[in-house]
Design a protein around this ligand. Structure first.
Ligand SMILES: [Zn+2]
Length: 178
């Protein structure tokens, strides 16, 4: 059974996989990281994103669809910069929001969002090489095929991590003592 202490201790471990999230050319300030820890019975997903757009009306929504996508590249066209991320990760051929890649949305706080949740919809191994996408709008968890969550504004490729990669400069300095 899940235990909060176990979850918090797991979050302190080196993640099994990580995605560095970068905004499209229209959102160059958008940056973030998603980490995946494989646990017994599911995956702990942790994400921190900065530079999200901020609504300017008196009741801004600031909620952003957040999904693992089927595609394996953060490339596309001028109109759709992450078109090659394709649709939601959906090995079970299910409708939205029963896709394996469907996740809780990001809730922005002055442009920053933190998310931590547990899911048994996929294992870390299954999503290695796939993409994680931040959408411009919230996910209504109803509309097909992707919750009417609007354009893809940021993308990252999920890559396996380990001590060796962790210490290489490409990850930047992530340990508390460096
Ligand atoms: Zn979906």
């Amino acid at each position: 059974m899940l235990d909060l202490n176990t979850i918090q201790n797991t979050a302190r471990r080196i993640p099994d996989a990580q995605a560095v999230i970068k905004g499209s050319s229209a959102y160059p300030q958008l940056r973030g990281t998603m980490r995946l820890h494989q646990m017994e019975g599911g995956v702990l997903v942790t994400a921190l994103v900065h530079g999200l757009p901020q609504g300017e009306d008196s009741c801004p929504v600031n909620i952003f669809g957040f999904h693992i996508h089927e595609g394996k590249a953060c490339t596309g066209t001028d109109q759709e910069p992450f078109a090659n991320a394709d649709g939601h990760f959906n090995p079970g051929n299910c409708p939205h929001p029963a896709h394996a890649g469907d996740m809780p949305p990001l809730f922005g706080n002055r442009g920053s969002a933190y998310l931590s949740f547990f899911t048994d919809r996929f294992t870390v191994s299954q999503v290695i090489g796939h993409t994680v996408i931040v959408h411009l709008h919230r996910d209504d968890f109803t509309t097909q095929p992707s919750g009417d969550s609007g354009p893809m504004i940021a993308c990252g490729i999920i890559e396996r991590t380990g001590w060796q990669q962790w210490q290489q400069p490409r990850w930047g300095c992530v340990m508390p003592n460096c």
